[in-house]
Design a protein around this ligand. Structure first.
Ligand code: GDP
Length: 499
Protein backbone atom coordinates (compact mmCIF):
# COMPACT_ATOMS: atom_id res chain seq x y z
CA UNK A 1 0.00 0.00 0.00
CA UNK A 2 1.37 3.34 -0.97
CA UNK A 3 0.51 5.86 1.65
CA UNK A 4 2.64 8.88 2.22
CA UNK A 5 3.46 9.17 5.91
CA UNK A 6 3.64 12.80 6.88
CA UNK A 7 6.45 13.43 9.27
CA UNK A 8 5.47 16.93 10.33
CA UNK A 9 4.41 17.51 13.90
CA UNK A 10 0.70 17.74 14.61
CA UNK A 11 -1.21 19.07 17.60
CA UNK A 12 -4.81 19.18 18.80
CA UNK A 13 -6.94 19.50 21.90
CA UNK A 14 -7.68 15.89 22.81
CA UNK A 15 -10.32 16.52 25.47
CA UNK A 16 -13.84 17.91 25.03
CA UNK A 17 -14.23 21.52 23.96
CA UNK A 18 -16.08 22.54 27.08
CA UNK A 19 -14.96 23.92 30.42
CA UNK A 20 -13.71 21.13 32.66
CA UNK A 21 -11.09 20.43 35.31
CA UNK A 22 -8.32 19.31 32.98
CA UNK A 23 -7.69 19.74 29.28
CA UNK A 24 -5.12 17.84 27.24
CA UNK A 25 -3.21 19.17 24.26
CA UNK A 26 -1.58 16.38 22.35
CA UNK A 27 1.50 16.94 20.20
CA UNK A 28 2.93 14.20 17.97
CA UNK A 29 5.75 14.05 15.41
CA UNK A 30 9.50 14.26 14.99
CA UNK A 31 9.69 17.71 16.54
CA UNK A 32 7.14 17.26 19.32
CA UNK A 33 9.71 17.58 22.13
CA UNK A 34 11.54 20.48 20.52
CA UNK A 35 8.32 22.40 19.92
CA UNK A 36 6.88 22.00 23.41
CA UNK A 37 10.31 22.76 24.86
CA UNK A 38 10.02 26.29 23.44
CA UNK A 39 6.97 27.06 25.60
CA UNK A 40 7.58 24.92 28.68
CA UNK A 41 9.76 25.47 31.72
CA UNK A 42 10.06 23.42 34.87
CA UNK A 43 9.32 24.67 38.39
CA UNK A 44 12.86 26.10 38.62
CA UNK A 45 12.40 28.02 35.36
CA UNK A 46 14.69 25.74 33.34
CA UNK A 47 13.99 24.55 29.79
CA UNK A 48 14.98 20.90 30.05
CA UNK A 49 12.21 19.00 28.30
CA UNK A 50 14.76 17.46 25.90
CA UNK A 51 16.53 15.79 28.81
CA UNK A 52 13.44 13.99 30.05
CA UNK A 53 13.25 10.27 29.62
CA UNK A 54 10.42 8.58 27.79
CA UNK A 55 7.29 7.78 29.78
CA UNK A 56 7.87 10.34 32.49
CA UNK A 57 5.58 13.05 33.83
CA UNK A 58 6.70 16.53 34.89
CA UNK A 59 5.29 19.53 36.67
CA UNK A 60 5.98 22.97 35.22
CA UNK A 61 4.62 26.00 33.39
CA UNK A 62 3.65 27.09 29.92
CA UNK A 63 5.20 30.45 29.15
CA UNK A 64 5.05 32.78 26.18
CA UNK A 65 8.13 33.67 24.15
CA UNK A 66 8.76 36.76 26.30
CA UNK A 67 8.48 34.67 29.44
CA UNK A 68 4.91 35.66 30.35
CA UNK A 69 3.29 33.00 32.51
CA UNK A 70 0.35 31.21 30.84
CA UNK A 71 -0.63 28.16 32.89
CA UNK A 72 0.52 25.60 35.41
CA UNK A 73 0.73 22.20 33.72
CA UNK A 74 1.74 18.56 33.89
CA UNK A 75 3.63 17.32 30.85
CA UNK A 76 3.98 13.71 29.80
CA UNK A 77 6.66 12.61 27.39
CA UNK A 78 6.31 9.44 25.33
CA UNK A 79 9.10 8.90 22.86
CA UNK A 80 8.93 6.89 19.64
CA UNK A 81 8.10 4.13 19.12
CA UNK A 82 6.35 3.61 22.47
CA UNK A 83 3.47 6.01 21.97
CA UNK A 84 -0.07 5.92 20.57
CA UNK A 85 1.15 7.16 17.17
CA UNK A 86 4.58 5.45 17.41
CA UNK A 87 6.06 8.95 17.10
CA UNK A 88 7.51 11.25 19.75
CA UNK A 89 4.46 12.49 21.66
CA UNK A 90 4.10 15.15 24.33
CA UNK A 91 0.84 15.71 26.14
CA UNK A 92 0.21 18.93 27.99
CA UNK A 93 -2.30 18.61 30.83
CA UNK A 94 -3.47 22.14 31.46
CA UNK A 95 -6.47 23.73 33.16
CA UNK A 96 -9.53 22.68 31.17
CA UNK A 97 -11.07 26.01 30.24
CA UNK A 98 -11.81 26.30 26.54
CA UNK A 99 -9.93 29.61 26.31
CA UNK A 100 -6.88 28.23 28.10
CA UNK A 101 -6.73 25.12 25.91
CA UNK A 102 -7.05 27.25 22.78
CA UNK A 103 -4.37 29.63 23.98
CA UNK A 104 -1.88 26.83 24.65
CA UNK A 105 -2.73 25.17 21.34
CA UNK A 106 -2.03 28.42 19.51
CA UNK A 107 1.34 28.69 21.29
CA UNK A 108 2.15 25.14 20.19
CA UNK A 109 1.26 26.09 16.60
CA UNK A 110 3.39 29.20 16.80
CA UNK A 111 6.27 27.06 18.01
CA UNK A 112 6.06 24.97 14.81
CA UNK A 113 3.30 22.36 14.98
CA UNK A 114 0.45 22.03 12.52
CA UNK A 115 -3.18 21.55 13.60
CA UNK A 116 -4.13 17.87 13.33
CA UNK A 117 -6.94 16.72 11.07
CA UNK A 118 -9.77 14.76 12.72
CA UNK A 119 -8.53 11.27 13.47
CA UNK A 120 -4.98 12.03 12.39
CA UNK A 121 -3.33 10.64 15.54
CA UNK A 122 -5.07 7.31 15.02
CA UNK A 123 -4.34 7.46 11.30
CA UNK A 124 -0.65 7.76 12.15
CA UNK A 125 -0.94 4.81 14.53
CA UNK A 126 -2.32 2.85 11.57
CA UNK A 127 0.15 4.13 8.98
CA UNK A 128 3.06 3.54 11.33
CA UNK A 129 1.89 -0.05 11.75
CA UNK A 130 0.87 -0.08 15.40
CA UNK A 131 -2.76 -1.02 14.78
CA UNK A 132 -4.62 -2.38 11.79
CA UNK A 133 -7.59 -0.65 10.22
CA UNK A 134 -10.30 -2.58 12.04
CA UNK A 135 -8.65 -1.71 15.36
CA UNK A 136 -8.41 1.94 14.37
CA UNK A 137 -12.11 1.92 13.57
CA UNK A 138 -12.76 0.30 16.95
CA UNK A 139 -11.17 3.35 18.61
CA UNK A 140 -13.77 5.55 16.93
CA UNK A 141 -16.56 3.16 17.92
CA UNK A 142 -15.42 3.19 21.55
CA UNK A 143 -15.64 6.97 21.59
CA UNK A 144 -19.12 6.93 20.07
CA UNK A 145 -20.52 3.87 21.90
CA UNK A 146 -24.17 4.40 22.77
CA UNK A 147 -24.76 1.42 25.03
CA UNK A 148 -22.99 -1.34 26.92
CA UNK A 149 -23.07 -3.76 23.98
CA UNK A 150 -21.57 -1.24 21.57
CA UNK A 151 -18.84 -0.50 24.08
CA UNK A 152 -18.01 -4.14 24.78
CA UNK A 153 -17.95 -5.11 21.13
CA UNK A 154 -15.73 -2.15 20.19
CA UNK A 155 -13.32 -2.96 23.00
CA UNK A 156 -13.18 -6.54 21.75
CA UNK A 157 -12.56 -5.30 18.23
CA UNK A 158 -9.75 -3.10 19.50
CA UNK A 159 -8.24 -6.11 21.21
CA UNK A 160 -8.30 -7.88 17.85
CA UNK A 161 -11.45 -10.04 17.73
CA UNK A 162 -12.32 -9.00 14.18
CA UNK A 163 -8.71 -8.84 12.94
CA UNK A 164 -7.93 -12.31 14.28
CA UNK A 165 -10.96 -13.89 12.65
CA UNK A 166 -10.27 -12.19 9.32
CA UNK A 167 -6.58 -13.09 9.42
CA UNK A 168 -7.46 -16.71 10.12
CA UNK A 169 -9.76 -16.87 7.08
CA UNK A 170 -7.22 -15.08 4.89
CA UNK A 171 -4.53 -17.56 5.87
CA UNK A 172 -6.73 -20.47 4.85
CA UNK A 173 -7.43 -18.85 1.48
CA UNK A 174 -3.78 -17.95 0.95
CA UNK A 175 -2.75 -21.53 1.61
CA UNK A 176 -5.00 -22.72 -1.23
CA UNK A 177 -3.74 -20.02 -3.60
CA UNK A 178 -0.15 -20.95 -2.83
CA UNK A 179 -0.90 -24.64 -3.26
CA UNK A 180 -2.48 -24.15 -6.68
CA UNK A 181 0.29 -21.84 -7.83
CA UNK A 182 3.05 -24.20 -6.77
CA UNK A 183 1.29 -27.20 -8.32
CA UNK A 184 0.95 -25.32 -11.59
CA UNK A 185 4.62 -24.31 -11.42
CA UNK A 186 5.89 -27.70 -10.48
CA UNK A 187 3.45 -30.34 -11.75
CA UNK A 188 6.06 -33.06 -11.49
CA UNK A 189 6.29 -32.88 -7.74
CA UNK A 190 2.92 -31.48 -6.66
CA UNK A 191 -0.15 -33.24 -7.89
CA UNK A 192 -3.55 -31.64 -8.15
CA UNK A 193 -5.27 -34.98 -8.24
CA UNK A 194 -8.21 -35.09 -5.88
CA UNK A 195 -7.58 -31.46 -5.05
CA UNK A 196 -10.94 -30.30 -6.42
CA UNK A 197 -12.75 -32.21 -3.75
CA UNK A 198 -10.57 -30.86 -0.98
CA UNK A 199 -10.94 -27.29 -2.18
CA UNK A 200 -14.72 -27.72 -2.44
CA UNK A 201 -14.75 -28.80 1.19
CA UNK A 202 -12.53 -25.96 2.29
CA UNK A 203 -14.53 -23.38 0.29
CA UNK A 204 -17.74 -24.55 1.91
CA UNK A 205 -16.20 -24.22 5.36
CA UNK A 206 -14.95 -20.72 4.59
CA UNK A 207 -18.36 -19.75 3.22
CA UNK A 208 -20.08 -20.97 6.39
CA UNK A 209 -17.74 -18.77 8.44
CA UNK A 210 -18.30 -15.78 6.16
CA UNK A 211 -22.07 -16.16 6.33
CA UNK A 212 -21.92 -16.42 10.09
CA UNK A 213 -19.99 -13.15 10.18
CA UNK A 214 -22.35 -11.35 7.84
CA UNK A 215 -25.38 -12.66 9.78
CA UNK A 216 -23.86 -11.16 12.90
CA UNK A 217 -23.83 -7.82 11.10
CA UNK A 218 -27.56 -7.21 11.26
CA UNK A 219 -27.58 -8.01 14.97
CA UNK A 220 -24.40 -6.02 15.38
CA UNK A 221 -25.77 -2.96 13.61
CA UNK A 222 -29.01 -3.03 15.58
CA UNK A 223 -27.15 -3.51 18.83
CA UNK A 224 -24.74 -0.75 18.06
CA UNK A 225 -26.97 1.85 16.49
CA UNK A 226 -30.32 0.91 17.95
CA UNK A 227 -33.57 -0.22 16.38
CA UNK A 228 -35.27 2.63 14.56
CA UNK A 229 -38.68 2.45 16.11
CA UNK A 230 -41.72 4.55 15.34
CA UNK A 231 -44.77 4.82 17.54
CA UNK A 232 -47.89 5.44 15.48
CA UNK A 233 -51.57 5.65 16.34
CA UNK A 234 -54.47 8.05 16.45
CA UNK A 235 -54.47 10.91 18.93
CA UNK A 236 -55.18 10.08 22.55
CA UNK A 237 -54.58 6.34 22.35
CA UNK A 238 -51.58 6.39 24.71
CA UNK A 239 -48.53 6.89 22.46
CA UNK A 240 -46.91 9.52 24.65
CA UNK A 241 -47.68 7.47 27.74
CA UNK A 242 -45.90 4.49 26.15
CA UNK A 243 -42.90 6.60 25.25
CA UNK A 244 -42.74 7.96 28.78
CA UNK A 245 -42.93 4.52 30.36
CA UNK A 246 -40.17 3.19 28.10
CA UNK A 247 -38.02 6.25 28.59
CA UNK A 248 -38.71 6.24 32.30
CA UNK A 249 -39.31 9.94 32.45
CA UNK A 250 -41.92 12.58 31.62
CA UNK A 251 -40.94 13.97 28.29
CA UNK A 252 -43.87 13.90 25.90
CA UNK A 253 -46.79 15.95 27.16
CA UNK A 254 -49.66 13.66 28.06
CA UNK A 255 -53.08 15.31 27.80
CA UNK A 256 -56.71 14.37 27.24
CA UNK A 257 -57.11 16.66 24.22
CA UNK A 258 -56.83 14.82 20.91
CA UNK A 259 -53.90 15.96 18.80
CA UNK A 260 -51.49 17.54 21.30
CA UNK A 261 -48.39 15.79 19.98
CA UNK A 262 -48.06 18.08 16.99
CA UNK A 263 -44.78 17.03 15.47
CA UNK A 264 -42.46 14.18 16.30
CA UNK A 265 -40.48 13.58 19.47
CA UNK A 266 -37.30 11.58 19.39
CA UNK A 267 -35.80 9.66 22.21
CA UNK A 268 -33.02 7.11 22.58
CA UNK A 269 -34.07 4.42 24.99
CA UNK A 270 -31.64 1.83 26.31
CA UNK A 271 -33.39 -1.37 27.41
CA UNK A 272 -30.67 -3.62 28.84
CA UNK A 273 -28.43 -4.32 25.89
CA UNK A 274 -30.67 -2.98 23.16
CA UNK A 275 -31.28 0.57 22.13
CA UNK A 276 -34.52 1.86 20.66
CA UNK A 277 -34.34 5.08 18.71
CA UNK A 278 -37.92 6.03 19.39
CA UNK A 279 -39.94 8.42 17.35
CA UNK A 280 -43.38 9.37 18.61
CA UNK A 281 -45.44 10.66 15.73
CA UNK A 282 -48.34 13.03 15.66
CA UNK A 283 -51.61 11.14 15.82
CA UNK A 284 -52.36 9.88 12.38
CA UNK A 285 -55.93 10.72 11.40
CA UNK A 286 -57.76 12.37 8.59
CA UNK A 287 -57.28 15.97 9.48
CA UNK A 288 -57.64 19.40 7.99
CA UNK A 289 -55.47 20.94 10.68
CA UNK A 290 -52.38 22.19 8.81
CA UNK A 291 -49.98 22.08 11.72
CA UNK A 292 -50.99 18.58 12.55
CA UNK A 293 -50.83 17.60 8.90
CA UNK A 294 -47.11 18.42 8.81
CA UNK A 295 -46.70 15.94 11.62
CA UNK A 296 -48.83 13.35 9.88
CA UNK A 297 -46.93 13.59 6.60
CA UNK A 298 -43.67 13.30 8.48
CA UNK A 299 -45.04 10.30 10.34
CA UNK A 300 -45.82 8.52 7.09
CA UNK A 301 -42.34 9.20 5.76
CA UNK A 302 -40.61 8.12 8.97
CA UNK A 303 -42.71 4.96 9.21
CA UNK A 304 -41.53 3.95 5.77
CA UNK A 305 -37.90 4.02 6.90
CA UNK A 306 -38.40 2.45 10.33
CA UNK A 307 -37.06 -0.95 11.44
CA UNK A 308 -40.02 -1.43 13.75
CA UNK A 309 -43.46 0.13 14.13
CA UNK A 310 -45.33 0.16 17.40
CA UNK A 311 -48.97 0.78 16.50
CA UNK A 312 -50.90 1.87 19.57
CA UNK A 313 -54.70 1.47 19.50
CA UNK A 314 -57.29 2.43 22.06
CA UNK A 315 -58.96 -0.95 22.55
CA UNK A 316 -61.87 0.64 24.39
CA UNK A 317 -63.10 2.36 21.21
CA UNK A 318 -64.27 0.94 17.87
CA UNK A 319 -61.93 0.97 14.87
CA UNK A 320 -62.48 3.74 12.33
CA UNK A 321 -61.22 5.09 8.99
CA UNK A 322 -57.93 6.35 10.44
CA UNK A 323 -57.17 2.89 11.79
CA UNK A 324 -57.68 1.51 8.30
CA UNK A 325 -55.16 4.08 6.98
CA UNK A 326 -52.60 3.11 9.58
CA UNK A 327 -53.15 -0.58 8.92
CA UNK A 328 -52.39 -0.01 5.24
CA UNK A 329 -49.20 1.74 6.26
CA UNK A 330 -47.90 -1.04 8.50
CA UNK A 331 -48.88 -4.27 6.74
CA UNK A 332 -45.52 -4.75 5.06
CA UNK A 333 -43.43 -3.65 8.07
CA UNK A 334 -42.13 -5.36 11.18
CA UNK A 335 -44.67 -4.22 13.72
CA UNK A 336 -46.25 -4.79 17.11
CA UNK A 337 -49.88 -3.73 17.48
CA UNK A 338 -50.69 -2.72 21.03
CA UNK A 339 -54.28 -3.00 22.15
CA UNK A 340 -53.85 -0.31 24.75
CA UNK A 341 -56.15 0.80 27.56
CA UNK A 342 -56.83 -2.87 28.25
CA UNK A 343 -57.77 -1.78 31.78
CA UNK A 344 -60.99 -0.31 30.33
CA UNK A 345 -63.93 -2.23 28.93
CA UNK A 346 -62.83 -3.98 25.74
CA UNK A 347 -64.30 -2.96 22.41
CA UNK A 348 -61.56 -4.22 20.11
CA UNK A 349 -59.67 -7.49 20.51
CA UNK A 350 -56.97 -9.37 18.57
CA UNK A 351 -59.47 -11.09 16.30
CA UNK A 352 -61.36 -7.91 15.41
CA UNK A 353 -58.07 -6.25 14.38
CA UNK A 354 -57.18 -9.23 12.19
CA UNK A 355 -60.65 -9.10 10.62
CA UNK A 356 -60.18 -5.43 9.84
CA UNK A 357 -56.75 -6.18 8.36
CA UNK A 358 -58.27 -8.88 6.16
CA UNK A 359 -60.79 -6.34 4.82
CA UNK A 360 -58.07 -3.78 4.08
CA UNK A 361 -55.54 -6.15 2.52
CA UNK A 362 -57.79 -8.89 1.08
CA UNK A 363 -55.19 -11.30 2.43
CA UNK A 364 -55.81 -14.57 4.16
CA UNK A 365 -54.66 -13.80 7.68
CA UNK A 366 -54.87 -15.69 10.92
CA UNK A 367 -53.72 -15.44 14.50
CA UNK A 368 -51.18 -17.98 15.67
CA UNK A 369 -49.38 -18.74 18.86
CA UNK A 370 -45.66 -19.36 18.87
CA UNK A 371 -44.21 -22.53 20.33
CA UNK A 372 -42.32 -20.61 22.95
CA UNK A 373 -45.66 -19.69 24.45
CA UNK A 374 -46.16 -23.28 25.61
CA UNK A 375 -45.95 -23.66 29.36
CA UNK A 376 -44.16 -26.47 31.20
CA UNK A 377 -47.13 -28.85 30.77
CA UNK A 378 -46.96 -28.35 27.02
CA UNK A 379 -50.32 -26.59 26.89
CA UNK A 380 -50.70 -23.05 25.68
CA UNK A 381 -50.72 -20.32 28.27
CA UNK A 382 -52.98 -17.33 28.23
CA UNK A 383 -51.17 -15.55 25.50
CA UNK A 384 -49.11 -12.51 26.20
CA UNK A 385 -48.88 -11.92 22.45
CA UNK A 386 -49.98 -13.50 19.18
CA UNK A 387 -48.57 -13.44 15.68
CA UNK A 388 -50.59 -12.34 12.67
CA UNK A 389 -49.75 -14.96 10.06
CA UNK A 390 -49.95 -14.33 6.32
CA UNK A 391 -48.35 -10.89 6.07
CA UNK A 392 -45.10 -10.13 4.24
CA UNK A 393 -43.39 -9.20 7.49
CA UNK A 394 -43.60 -10.16 11.15
CA UNK A 395 -46.52 -8.52 12.95
CA UNK A 396 -47.46 -9.28 16.52
CA UNK A 397 -50.45 -8.13 18.50
CA UNK A 398 -50.79 -7.85 22.27
CA UNK A 399 -52.71 -6.13 25.05
CA UNK A 400 -51.18 -3.32 27.11
CA UNK A 401 -52.20 -0.72 29.59
CA UNK A 402 -49.78 2.15 29.65
CA UNK A 403 -51.77 3.64 32.50
CA UNK A 404 -51.10 0.61 34.70
CA UNK A 405 -47.74 -0.24 33.10
CA UNK A 406 -49.05 -3.67 32.05
CA UNK A 407 -47.47 -5.64 29.22
CA UNK A 408 -44.37 -3.45 28.95
CA UNK A 409 -41.88 -6.16 29.99
CA UNK A 410 -43.47 -8.57 27.53
CA UNK A 411 -43.26 -5.93 24.81
CA UNK A 412 -39.55 -5.35 25.36
CA UNK A 413 -38.68 -9.05 25.35
CA UNK A 414 -40.82 -9.52 22.24
CA UNK A 415 -38.85 -6.77 20.48
CA UNK A 416 -35.59 -8.49 21.40
CA UNK A 417 -36.78 -11.80 20.04
CA UNK A 418 -37.98 -10.14 16.82
CA UNK A 419 -34.59 -8.66 16.07
CA UNK A 420 -31.91 -10.92 17.37
CA UNK A 421 -31.02 -14.43 16.33
CA UNK A 422 -30.63 -16.28 19.55
CA UNK A 423 -29.04 -15.02 22.71
CA UNK A 424 -27.14 -11.75 22.65
CA UNK A 425 -23.78 -12.46 24.25
CA UNK A 426 -20.71 -10.39 24.89
CA UNK A 427 -18.51 -13.44 25.12
CA UNK A 428 -17.11 -15.43 22.24
CA UNK A 429 -19.10 -14.13 19.31
CA UNK A 430 -17.43 -11.80 16.87
CA UNK A 431 -20.02 -9.22 15.88
CA UNK A 432 -19.50 -7.25 12.71
CA UNK A 433 -20.73 -3.77 13.52
CA UNK A 434 -19.13 -1.86 10.71
CA UNK A 435 -20.87 -1.52 7.36
CA UNK A 436 -17.53 -1.35 5.51
CA UNK A 437 -16.54 -4.69 7.01
CA UNK A 438 -19.91 -6.16 6.14
CA UNK A 439 -19.54 -5.18 2.50
CA UNK A 440 -16.06 -6.67 2.33
CA UNK A 441 -17.31 -9.94 3.84
CA UNK A 442 -20.18 -9.97 1.37
CA UNK A 443 -17.75 -9.55 -1.55
CA UNK A 444 -15.47 -12.26 -0.20
CA UNK A 445 -18.45 -14.62 0.10
CA UNK A 446 -19.42 -13.85 -3.50
CA UNK A 447 -15.92 -14.75 -4.68
CA UNK A 448 -15.93 -17.97 -2.65
CA UNK A 449 -19.28 -18.90 -4.19
CA UNK A 450 -17.64 -18.39 -7.60
CA UNK A 451 -14.85 -20.76 -6.59
CA UNK A 452 -17.45 -23.41 -5.84
CA UNK A 453 -19.17 -22.76 -9.16
CA UNK A 454 -15.91 -23.13 -11.12
CA UNK A 455 -15.14 -26.35 -9.28
CA UNK A 456 -18.55 -27.77 -10.13
CA UNK A 457 -18.05 -26.85 -13.77
CA UNK A 458 -14.58 -28.45 -13.80
CA UNK A 459 -12.92 -25.24 -14.87
CA UNK A 460 -9.10 -25.09 -15.02
CA UNK A 461 -7.29 -24.28 -11.76
CA UNK A 462 -6.25 -20.76 -12.62
CA UNK A 463 -9.94 -19.84 -12.84
CA UNK A 464 -10.67 -20.40 -9.19
CA UNK A 465 -7.29 -19.16 -8.22
CA UNK A 466 -8.45 -15.71 -9.43
CA UNK A 467 -11.58 -15.85 -7.27
CA UNK A 468 -9.58 -17.02 -4.27
CA UNK A 469 -7.33 -14.02 -4.80
CA UNK A 470 -10.23 -11.62 -4.85
CA UNK A 471 -11.74 -13.16 -1.69
CA UNK A 472 -8.34 -12.71 -0.07
CA UNK A 473 -8.17 -9.09 -1.22
CA UNK A 474 -11.72 -8.28 -0.07
CA UNK A 475 -10.98 -9.55 3.44
CA UNK A 476 -7.74 -7.60 3.40
CA UNK A 477 -9.76 -4.40 3.15
CA UNK A 478 -11.11 -4.98 6.65
CA UNK A 479 -7.73 -4.96 8.30
CA UNK A 480 -6.36 -2.35 5.91
CA UNK A 481 -4.06 -4.46 3.81
CA UNK A 482 -5.48 -3.63 0.41
CA UNK A 483 -6.93 -0.19 0.91
CA UNK A 484 -6.42 2.87 -1.22
CA UNK A 485 -5.29 6.20 0.21
CA UNK A 486 -8.68 7.81 -0.44
CA UNK A 487 -10.45 5.27 1.69
CA UNK A 488 -7.92 5.65 4.49
CA UNK A 489 -8.48 9.41 4.41
CA UNK A 490 -12.22 9.02 4.45
CA UNK A 491 -12.23 6.58 7.35
CA UNK A 492 -10.07 8.77 9.54
CA UNK A 493 -11.87 11.98 8.69
CA UNK A 494 -14.86 10.60 10.62
CA UNK A 495 -12.87 10.71 13.86
CA UNK A 496 -13.00 13.48 16.44
CA UNK A 497 -10.32 16.12 16.66
CA UNK A 498 -7.46 15.12 18.87
CA UNK A 499 -7.89 11.35 18.38
P1 GDP B 1 -51.36 10.13 22.68
O1 GDP B 1 -52.15 11.28 22.20
O2 GDP B 1 -51.57 8.92 21.83
O3 GDP B 1 -49.91 10.42 22.88
O4 GDP B 1 -51.97 9.71 24.10
P2 GDP B 1 -51.50 10.08 25.57
O5 GDP B 1 -50.37 9.23 25.99
O6 GDP B 1 -51.35 11.56 25.64
O7 GDP B 1 -52.76 9.62 26.41
C1 GDP B 1 -54.04 10.18 26.20
C2 GDP B 1 -54.91 9.93 27.41
O8 GDP B 1 -55.16 8.56 27.57
C3 GDP B 1 -54.30 10.42 28.72
O9 GDP B 1 -55.32 10.96 29.51
C4 GDP B 1 -53.76 9.17 29.35
O10 GDP B 1 -53.74 9.22 30.75
C5 GDP B 1 -54.79 8.13 28.87
N1 GDP B 1 -54.22 6.80 28.79
C6 GDP B 1 -53.05 6.46 28.21
N2 GDP B 1 -52.85 5.12 28.32
C7 GDP B 1 -53.91 4.62 28.99
C8 GDP B 1 -54.28 3.30 29.42
O11 GDP B 1 -53.60 2.29 29.20
N3 GDP B 1 -55.47 3.19 30.06
C9 GDP B 1 -56.29 4.25 30.30
N4 GDP B 1 -57.42 4.04 30.95
N5 GDP B 1 -55.95 5.50 29.94
C10 GDP B 1 -54.79 5.70 29.27
Amino acid sequence: MEVCVKKDTIAAIATAMSDSGIGIIRVSGDEAVEIVDKIYQNAQGAKILKNYESHTIHYGFIVEEDGTFVDEVIISVMLAPRSYTMEDTVEINCHGGVLMMQKILSLVMKAGARIAEPGEFTKRAFLNGRIDLSKAEAVMDIIHAKNEFALQSSVKQLKGSVSDKIKELREKILYEIAFIESALDDPEHISLEGYDERLMHESEDILVELHKLSDSASDGKMLKEGIHTVIVGKPNVGKSSLLNILAGKERAIVTDVAGTTRDTLEETIVLGNITLNMIDTAGIRNTEDIVEKIGVEKARKISKEADLILYVMDASLPLDESDMDIIKMIVDKKAVILLNKSDLEEWVNEQSVVDAMKDVTSMDLKLTQEDDCLNSEGTKDILPYQKIEGLANTVYIMKTSTKEACGIDILTSLIKSMFFHGQITYNDEVYITNIRHKEAIFDAAKSMAEVKKSLKMNMPEDFYSIDLMSAYASLGLIIGEEVEDDLVNEIFSKFCMGK
